[in-house]
Design a binder for this molecule. Sequence first.
Ligand SMILES: NC(=O)c1ccc[n+]([C@@H]2O[C@H](COP(=O)([O-])OP(=O)(O)OC[C@H]3O[C@@H](n4cnc5c(N)ncnc54)[C@H](O)[C@@H]3O)[C@@H](O)[C@H]2O)c1
Length: 268
Amino acid sequence: MSKRLDGKVAIVTGAGAAGDGIGNGRAAAILFAREGARVLLVDRKLALAAATQAMIAAEGGESAAFEADVTKSEDCAAMVADAVGRWGKLDILQNNVGIGSSGRVPDIEEAAWERVMRVNVTSMMLAAKYAIPAMIASGGGAIVNISSIAAVRPRGLTPYATSKGAVEALTRGLAADHARDGIRVNCIEPGPMFTPMVYAGGMSDDMRARRRGAALLDVEGTGWDIGYASLFLASDEARYITGVVLAVDGGVLLTTRIGDGDRLGRGG
Ligand SMILES: NC(=O)c1ccc[n+]([C@@H]2O[C@H](COP(=O)([O-])OP(=O)(O)OC[C@H]3O[C@@H](n4cnc5c(N)ncnc54)[C@H](O)[C@@H]3O)[C@@H](O)[C@H]2O)c1
């Protein structure tokens, strides 16, 4: 039976995750491989990418771990060259790397601001800069950028929110510029997912419950939810979709301060 990504070659940045946790990048990488793609697992910590590779190998999938810091131009060039050298082409780029950064503008250190822009935005531009010529040579491709609902619901995370707003603008710019090259570029806005990124530093049961409760569906989001959405956007099933921002948030963006589930029919 044919699989959804049969014959495709993919790069996933930030494909590692702490321990056996399932981050957004690791989930996407596992699902891409499960659906037949050969996946280059890029992480600045090689051991974390190697752990993802072992998970994929255990399912009979094909992948390779590659150490790179995607904030560096030469590393982005090297990861694309490795994928093409290893498997002959490039079809999919999953731009997953991102770091958090909180604070209000009067308190922000300029170095911290520049760091979050570099890690969250410049890295995606650099990865695309080298991936796009390889995709054109391969007859087209698909790029999936990971944003956050913080782009439209900032909540004291102004540096992070600004960077993710830029990721969404970058998505639209790339989509417009490269549609005629056969390259689709889409974006996912995760809500509060329970991934190592957010629980690695410790998370209380109360905080976990509040994050879960923020979603109208009252379901806890996981890396798999982002992985499955990425799989769809990366696959040919999404061949007529480009430049979109897809919220994967259990309905968080539908909530209002008036009160979840309240009807507004009491004269208010
Ligand atoms: N978890 C959430 O609640 C949530 C919500 C909204 C958006 N997101 C977004 O999801 C994405 C990541 O999710 P995740 O759970 O996979 O995160 P994660 O923190 O587990 O990161 C995955 C990997 O990225 C690697 N990495 C970090 N900086 C790197 C760099 N410069 N070069 C190469 N690798 C690097 C880390 O070593 C790690 O193994 C981010 O863009 C994040 O902003 C997450």
